[in-house]
Ligand binder design. Structure first.
Ligand code: SF4
Ligand code: SF4
Length: 182
């Protein structure tokens, strides 16, 4: 399960612009530039934008984070303030939270953490989940607990199994490694 931001072709909501935010140029891989997740792109001018704006890869052109496209997200959710970038996986519709590794616990602050818990609860009925990444290390946020699943490599995936218990519906989470499926 490798999330590719370039798979998201989206239009910014009215009035939304990146302004001084450049966090997506740090937190995601950019394969064509051999830029790993969690390190600033060599072309990024942090706080100012892209140094090769006219010729930036298609991967970068296509991408807008959720704060850019969802006008209902308040200003504190802007990635340069929250220290994480929200996206939706186009295949699974899971909510992905890609955190600035310089502030790996930013997502645990409120109002964010409480909201992630609410989203985790409401998404459960549709078998969707909230998954937090710090570089490639993933944590699944469930209504009753958070499950650290470790590094998600290329081809790895997550399996979710619902269980009805005396305390309600619980979800078991398991990493399925690409090597195991080979
Ligand atoms: S993280 Fe979002 S708001 Fe920030 S630069 Fe990227 S697309 Fe723009
Ligand atoms: S090429 Fe430009 S837009 Fe793409 S990651 Fe680097 S700085 Fe950001």
């Amino acid at each position: 399960m490798t999330f590719d931001p370039a798979a998201l072709v989206s239009t910014p909501a009215e009035g939304r612009s990146c302004g001084t935010c450049t966090l997506c140029c740090k937190v995601f891989d950019v394969p064509s530039l051999e830029k790993p997740a969690g390190q600033w792109c060599k072309h990024c001018l942090p706080g100012r934008g892209c140094g090769i704006h006219e010729t930036r890869p298609q991967h970068c052109r296509a991408f807008h984070c959720m704060w850019m496209t969802a006008s209902w997200l308040a200003d504190e959710w802007k990635p340069e303030r929250s220290k994480f970038v929200l996206t939706t996986d186009p295949a699974t519709r899971n909510l992905l939270v890609q955190v600035d590794p310089g502030q790996p616990r930013a997502w645990r602050q409120d109002p964010f953490y409480a909201q992630f818990k609410r989203w985790a609860q409401s998404a459960l009925a549709e078998n969707k989940h909230v998954i937090v990444f710090v570089n490639k290390a993933a944590t699944v946020v469930l209504p009753d607990r958070d499950v650290e699943v470790g590094i998600i490599g290329p081809g790895d995936s997550l399996s979710f199994q619902k269980r009805v218990t005396a305390h309600g519906v619980l979800v078991d989470v398991k990493k399925v490694s690409a090597a195991a499926g080979a």
